[in-house]
Design a protein around this ligand. Structure first.
Ligand code: KG4
Ligand code: ZN
Length: 349
């Protein structure tokens, strides 16, 4: 019998039904992008209110698309960290309500570990452990030594902005829409990635596996609007915009690749997995594939539908349920250390 997974860490309301064999019977994601677009970032209060309105219809839709009733469920899984407090609480409350009403086990899972588990869903048993795991999203940019689905040792991460947050801000500077990642990728087509010299902060520091993206963002800002220029300077258009987008994208991806390479050497891992919204980026996907070929390392990249936030990756809960674990109705949210990064994204820093 399948489990119902629920995901409301940030601004996507999602539910999925996944069997013990890790077959995804349904995966429903209600995006809130339209609600947050005018703020060019997630507004926590708006996000949690929207989750309250959508969570039950999204769960019903996931059950209906899977062709099952609640009575056929074996367990409930819910993302409990990291994330926005108000958003996490909505998913947790719904999950607890269903588990209590049906007398089902309930298991909380880590959203970051789940992003990497998307690779296990896509590749099945051929997914290798141990591996280096890169999670690159709007709220996180971290590298892990992944010994098994539930054992992640953090090797490093961003010391300021997440890379997805930098993409979102760059898109805003270039007069593009939200979320910015896909828009930058599109605008970069036909652009020259070497047209502008942009910084790759920390990329040459072989000691630390940390990232920094705020300097890159600021450098782009000064290219678009030099110091002293009027606040209402129009955003670049045409070839100039394409060149700026391509140069920004290249710098962001180069910064990531440099650290992934060091992490592979340091851990000696022969496998590399990626996850999170930015892993949908075509340049990152190509660059990671090339790196894997050059180093003879197996590469695991989720399909696009499993890159951005979704509940199918909540299948990671099976790893605990199979051990007989059950968090029970005592389960609580653990917003985690990354919560601040999620909220700072809000105000388009
Ligand atoms: O994993 P996700 O859906 O939510 C968080 O946990 O943050 O990631 C969303 C982020 C956004 O910042 C978005 O701009 C970025 O992923 N993103 C991309 C692409 N698609 C989504 N960034 C670069 N290129 C893309 N194609
Ligand atoms: Zn995410």
């Amino acid at each position: 019998m399948p489990l119902l997974a629920i995901e409301t860490t940030c601004d996507e309301t999602a539910a999925a039904v996944v069997t013990r064999a890790r077959e995804v019977l349904s995966s429903v994601v209600a995006s809130q992008d339209d609600l947050h677009a005018r703020w060019r970032g997630v507004v926590p209060e708006v996000a949690s209110r929207a989750h309250v309105e959508r969570i039950i219809p999204v769960i019903d839709e996931a059950l209906s698309r899977a062709g099952i009733s609640k009575a056929s469920l074996e367990a409930v899984a819910v993302a409990v960290r990291p994330g926005l407090v108000g958003s996490l609480l909505v998913g947790l409350s719904a999950a607890k309500g269903i588990a209590a009403a049906l007398g089902l086990p309930i298991v909380g899972y880590d959203h970051i570990a789940a992003h990497l588990y998307a690779c296990r869903l896509a590749y099945g048993e051929s997914m290798h452990y141990p591996c280096v795991g890169l999670v690159a999203s709007g709220g996180h940019t971290s590298l892990f030594h992944v010994r098994s689905p539930l054992e992640l040792e953090r090797l490093g991460g961003t010391i300021d902005d997440a890379v997805g947050e930098a993409f979102d801000k760059a898109a805003s500077l270039l007069g593009l829409g939200y979320p910015g990642g896909p828009q930058i990728q599109l605008a970069a087509v036909g652009g020259n990635p070497r047209a502008y010299r942009l910084p790759r902060p920390l990329a040459n520091d072989r000691e630390r596996l940390d990232f920094s993206f705020s300097g890159l963002k600021t450098a782009l800002r000064y290219l678009v609007r030099p110091p002293g220029a009027a606040e209402n300077t129009p955003a670049p258009v045409g070839q100039q915009r394409a060149d700026l987008a391509a140069s920004f994208q290249q710098a962001a991806i180069d910064s990531i690749l440099a650290k992934v390479e060091i992490a592979l050497v340091r851990t000696g891992c022969r496998a590399l997995a990626i996850g999170g919204g930015v892993s949908a980026n075509a340049l990152l996907r190509e660059s990671i594939q090339r790196l894997g070929r050059e180093r003879g390392v197996a590469v695991f990249i989720p399909p696009l539908s499993l890159c951005t936030d979704n509940a199918a990756m909540g299948a990671i809960a099976w790893e605990r349920l199979e051990r007989g674990e059950d968090d029970g109705l005592e389960l609580d949210i653990l917003p985690g250390t990354d919560r601040k990064k999620h909220t700072s994204k809000t105000f388009g820093k």
